[in-house]
Design a protein around this ligand. Structure first.
Ligand SMILES: [Zn+2]
Length: 606
């Protein structure tokens, strides 16, 4: 019977996952960059398969670099937001022609026939010559011409730290059509989403440049430069062509500089870590010290979430801060060591929460920024031996500031549609990290990590939605969580529980609690007695239809469920009030209670 049940469970699980679908794509790109003009041109062949149940009549390509010019939608948005976007230091309307970027697609064909296109700035709309039915594949070919903008945000030429080219979001990137529809949002400076597939990319540029890229270099033996032992690269007419293959990724990024030092370092599970950084005597020591730390960080994420699935990861000096890409990150590198290690921890963690578990950053930004912040904060605490007692304190503080700000919007808001940049950043990073911290309060820390590992196994190389995580957390914990997902991510409801009164009764002491705000949360109540002993009481909420296992060293008394509709709750302990020294709600601090001042009762000293 047990076996039959197990088989049935497996069958049901496979039926459920069979409903999930995602598009697939293969890119073959050849690009040549003229480093003097910062202009590039190339050809791109895309084999696109429609795995959706819908027939497609249009498809869309991103042309991100078109945002970096005066009067672009991004330029307008930056001026009209409720507060200044601190990540943009340059007024786009002041850009000279040489500082601007562009990407222009021409001659786009579908299966050899010229297609009708509309250039809508950062989105190219393509009317299909022949509609694409479910299960069908089609081939798009196109030429493109581009200009690399100055580094204004994430990508570009001539970064502040002198990196020549940071080439992110540089090619005509197909927009993703997924479970939630087309993701052809204009680029106004925020987040990304892409189609899973394979990239085969040839990059040709001046022989003096060293290239770092997503994917595995195919002609390392001809090039050397730290990729092989070869002394002098094979070049043709002063140029080198670098060919990379990146399998099963949803983006392709590269960087190039004539002064890169390129080191490799052995990571866990035979992964080779690559480090590309400017040959600047001030930073070399830090970048050497970073290498064993990166290996340890990867080990931490492998253990806590799941094994890094590629054979290569590169930490690349470039960009304007830190940004995650497939198989690599671009980070600024003239930093103090702690900051260099911290940004590497964060961006490397994104390999799991974005480049393996590819949530749509535009729609569910808290699932990549928040989860990344959560796991990288814990990793830093361990690997960098910070040993803080409550490492997530910074994220909780960030959330409390947001909740008190008056400008919070629900986490389910599209990343492009937040009125205030502050609200977007706090909800994505801080409130997103608190989502997991608090989930560990509700289901227990062991169950949280079991949830993350199951989530990794079931959703790697896919686009998980918030609900997919809920399903797994419920399965792992036996606790229902729809209330948590809904209140936390789709509303701005807050949590405030209070100790209202502590009264003597004929049976002992009655402890009265109150829910002062809308969001429900189970309660853990620690009572400290004057004789030095303690007691822990656990109050589940009826919405959970289950209870957390007690993983504390202290035994607890489980009280009756708290019904959400009733703002009041009381329970009795069989000890006289005089014996009580203090009472505290949530001694773990993992519950994001916006007013902690009413979480305490302290006996009067008489
Ligand atoms: Zn991030």
């Amino acid at each position: 019977m047990k076996n039959l049940l197990f088989t049935l469970t497996l069958l049901i699980a496979s039926l459920v996952s069979a409903q999930y679908w995602q598009q697939s794509i293969d890119y073959t790109i050849e690009v040549a960059l003229d480093h003097k003009t910062a202009q590039y041109n190339g050809t791109q062949t895309v084999v696109y398969t429609n795995n959706s149940p819908e027939t497609l009549h249009k498809v869309f390509f991103h042309q991100y670099f078109n945002a970096f010019r005066p009067s672009s939608e991004m330029a307008i948005r930056l001026k009209n937001a409720g507060d200044k976007n601190g990540r943009f230091k340059v007024d786009l309307d002041s850009l000279s022609p040489k500082q601007q970027g562009f990407l222009k697609v021409s001659g786009l064909t579908q299966d050899g026939v010229l297609a009708e296109v509309v250039d809508s700035e950062t989105i190219l709309e393509v009317s299909l010559v022949k509609a694409l039915a479910p299960g069908e594949s089609t081939t798009f070919k196109m030429s493109f011409d581009g200009q690399v903008p100055d580094v204004i945000r994430r990508a570009g030429k001539n970064s502040k730290e002198g990196i020549a080219f940071s080439m992110a979001q540089w090619y005509p990137k197909m927009a993703e059509y997924d479970y939630e529809g087309w993701n052809a949002d204009p680029y106004t400076g925020r987040e990304f989403h892409g189609v899973w597939g394979d990239f085969d990319v040839k990059i040709t540029l001046d022989k003096d440049f060293t290239v770092a890229a997503s994917g595995y270099l195919q002609n390392a033996d001809d090039i050397g430069r730290g990729y092989s032992d070869r002394k002098k690269a094979k070049s043709k007419k002063g140029k080198i062509t670098w060919r990379y293959i990146a399998p099963n990724v949803h983006d392709f990024t590269w960087a190039a500089d004539p002064d890169y030092i390129h080191d490799t370092y052995p990571g866990p599970n035979n992964v080779t870590l690559h480090f590309f950084y400017k040959n600047n005597p001030d930073i070399i020591e830090n970048w050497k010290k970073l290498q064993p730390i990166t290996a340890k960080l990867m080990e931490y994420f492998n253990e806590k979430v799941g094994p890094y699935p590629y054979k290569q990861y590169s930490v690349v000096h470039g960009g304007d801060g830190g940004m995650e890409y497939a198989m690599l990150t671009l980070i600024t590198g003239n930093r103090k060591f702690g900051s260099l290690a911290g940004v590497t921890a964060h961006e490397l963690a994104h390999s799991w929460f974005q480049h393996i578990l590819a949530t749509n950053e535009t729609k569910h930004e808290w699932m990549d920024e928040g989860f990344t912040t959560f796991i990288s904060t814990l990793a830093e605490n361990k690997v960098l031996e910070e040993n803080k007692e409550f490492p997530l304190a910074g994220s909780y503080r960030g959330y409390y500031r947001l909740a008190a700000s008056g400008v919070e919007m629900p986490q389910a808001t599209n990343a492009n549609r937040y009125e205030h940049n502050f609200a977007y950043e706090s909800t994505a990073y801080s409130k997103g990290a608190v989502f997991l911290g608090q989930l560990s309060y509700i289901i227990g820390q062991d169950k949280l990590f079991e949830t993350l590992q199951t989530y990794y196994n079931e959703w790697k190389f896919k686009h998980p939605l918030p609900n997919d995580l809920r399903v797994i957390a419920e399965r792992v914990s036996g606790i229902q969580l729809q209330w948590y997902l809904t209140d936390w991510t789709q509303t701005t409801n807050t949590i405030d529980y209070a100790i209202e009164a502590v009264n003597t009764t004929e049976y002992g002491t009655e402890i009265h609690l109150e829910r002062k705000e809308l969001m429900p949360m189970p309660q853990e109540v620690l009572i400290q007695f004057k004789d030095g002993s303690t007691a822990l009481h656990y109050i589940p909420i009826s919405l959970m239809r289950g209870e957390k296992e007690n993983t504390y060293e202290l035994a607890w008394t489980q009280e009756k469920d708290w019904m959400w509709a009733n703002p009041k709750y009381s329970f009795t302990i069989n000890q006289p009030k005089e014996n009580i020294e203090a009472i505290v709600l949530d001694p773990s601090n993992l519950m994001a209670d916006i007013d902690k001042s009413n979480n305490y009762y302290v006996a009067d000293e008489k």
